[in-house]
Design a protein around this ligand. Structure first.
Ligand code: PGA
Length: 256
């Protein structure tokens, strides 16, 4: 179902560096990336460095269309929460968005739909864009539970959001079995899940807001498969892990 129509929603290509890159490596990355994506007005570009490289990254992209995101956040403004970082600290450091409830946070660090919900609300209150991640495990897909899992994750993580708040979020559909495995969901499998997320959003909020929601696909997105994914009208962009670490590869994905 590739579409000859112009896109209704502006695509977003986001890179998630995970626990990679020092400050110097971040500077080198942006020096290489900037000229390669200078003409890319067709999409929004977001890069999420580790906390320690957010400041230098924000400095490096100043005056460009590249936005910096964090990979996680805590929901309080400040307090005795050793090891945590608040939304307002991220704003000051130069962030415009925050990835929330990435499957690695859910799997290794105890993230739940309830904690994700608190983070989404706190990030919105600070004026940042939440990029909320959802996605099923392989066993859940094989048991035919994909939609049930997505529904639980979305209902839980978006609980008590107003429609105005919902209109400011981005959702990333990341089937856990496709992350870092080289096993991409086919464009059709991804589009089917995106359609489900959009239909559920219409039921939870309004049809209009669901229609303008950007839903990114994540899981082994590479220069070789981005075109096929973006040919699906349901896929509004990508959340890229491994391939976002290399400026050339990431630029090729941005310029799909
Ligand atoms: P990957 O990671 O592109 O390395 O599969 C995607 C992600 O975790 O967001």
């Amino acid at each position: 179902m590739s579409s000859p129509m112009p896109r209704a929603r502006k695509p977003v290509i986001a890179g998630n560096w995970k626990m990679y890159k020092t400050q110097q490596e971040a500077r080198d990355f942006f020096a290489a990336l900037k000229p390669l994506v200078a003409a890319a007005g067709h999409c929004e570009i977001i890069v999420a460095p580790p906390f320690t490289a957010i400041g230098v990254s924000a400095e490096a992209v100043r005056g460009t269309a590249i936005a910096i995101a964090a990979q996680d956040v805590y929901w309080a403004n400040e307090g005795a929460f050793t090891g945590e970082v608040s939304p307002r600290m991220l704003v000051e450091a130069g962030c415009r968005a925050v990835i929330i409830a990435h499957s690695e946070r859910r799997q290794f660090f105890g993230e739940t739909n309830e904690s994700a919900n608190r983070k989404v609300k706190a990030v919105l209150a600070a004026g940042l864009t939440p990029i909320l991640c959802v996605g099923e495990l392989l066993a859940e897909r094989e048991a035919g539970e994909t939609q049930k899992v997505l529904e639980q994750q979305l209902r839980g993580s978006l609980a008590a959001l107003t429609t105005a708040e919902f209109s400011r979020i981005i959702v990333a559909y990341e089937p856990v079995w496709a992350i870092g495995t080289g096993r991409t969901a086919t464009p059709e499998i991804a589009a089917e899940a995106h359609q489900f997320v959009r239909n559920l959003s219409a039921r939870l909020f309004t049809a209009e807001d669901a229609n303008s929601l950007r839903i990114l696909y994540g899981g082994s997105v590479k220069p070789e498969n981005i075109k096929g994914l973006m040919a699906q009208t349901e896929i509004d962009g990508a959340l890229v892990g491994g391939a976002s670490l290399d400026a050339r590869q990431f630029a090729t994905i941005v310029n799909y």
